[in-house]
Ligand binder design. Sequence first.
Ligand SMILES: Nc1nc2c(ncn2[C@@H]2O[C@H](COP(=O)(O)OP(=O)(O)OP(=O)(O)O)[C@@H](O)[C@H]2O)c(=O)[nH]1
Ligand SMILES: [Mg+2]
Length: 199
Amino acid sequence: MSGQGAINYTKISFLDSVYKATRLPAPDFPEIAFAGRSNVGKSSLMNTLVQRRNLVKVSSKPGKTQSLNYFLVDERLYLVDLPGYGYAKVPKAMQDAWQELISGYLERRDSLRCVVVIVDLRHEIKVQDLELVNWLRSVGRPYLLVYTKKDKLSRNQQHKQAAALDAGFGVAPSDRLLFSSKTGEGREELINILDRFLI
Ligand SMILES: Nc1nc2c(ncn2[C@@H]2O[C@H](COP(=O)(O)OP(=O)(O)OP(=O)(O)O)[C@@H](O)[C@H]2O)c(=O)[nH]1
Ligand SMILES: [Mg+2]
């Protein structure tokens, strides 16, 4: 990735929805995946990153998406929108299928450079988020924590919540990023951090 200049994240197109591990695209490019609870703001964050209003569908029915949605950026990078987890109304069988598809993908996809784990800055730590992060640590997969919906809190509350989440996940402030899809705050920093995973 180095030597090619800055990645143009606004040059983006939808590639494919993948429902089976055997249907993943050829690993021709490095990829970044976006994970998090249903409704946390994954699609919004991706839209902010690529500066499109609704390229990644902001769904009215949380928990519906069961596929890995691939986007090609600047003809040299894949962004992958993962189905949200933690939505109680998803039937057990679908949750199991999610587990199998996603955990296999997260563990074995060699071209996957970083999993962006998105959590809501307003909420206290959720067991599934911690489980995901601990599991990524155990399989040695690089990840980045992003605390989003920053705009919904006062500055004072932002600091308090971020400190609580840092303690819960066991990370230093330098290992995570505060973000707002509404104001675009954090976008430049996110791009800079992703660059480091792509070298
Ligand atoms: N104020 C504010 N609202 C946000 C932000 N990010 C997301 N939202 C809102 O949160 C809701 C859910 O956002 P989505 O981006 O669809 O969330 P998602 O994680 O993709 O949801 P699923 O695809 O169902 O898993 C929408 O109403 C968004 O407008 C943010 O940074 N600030
Ligand atoms: Mg979504």
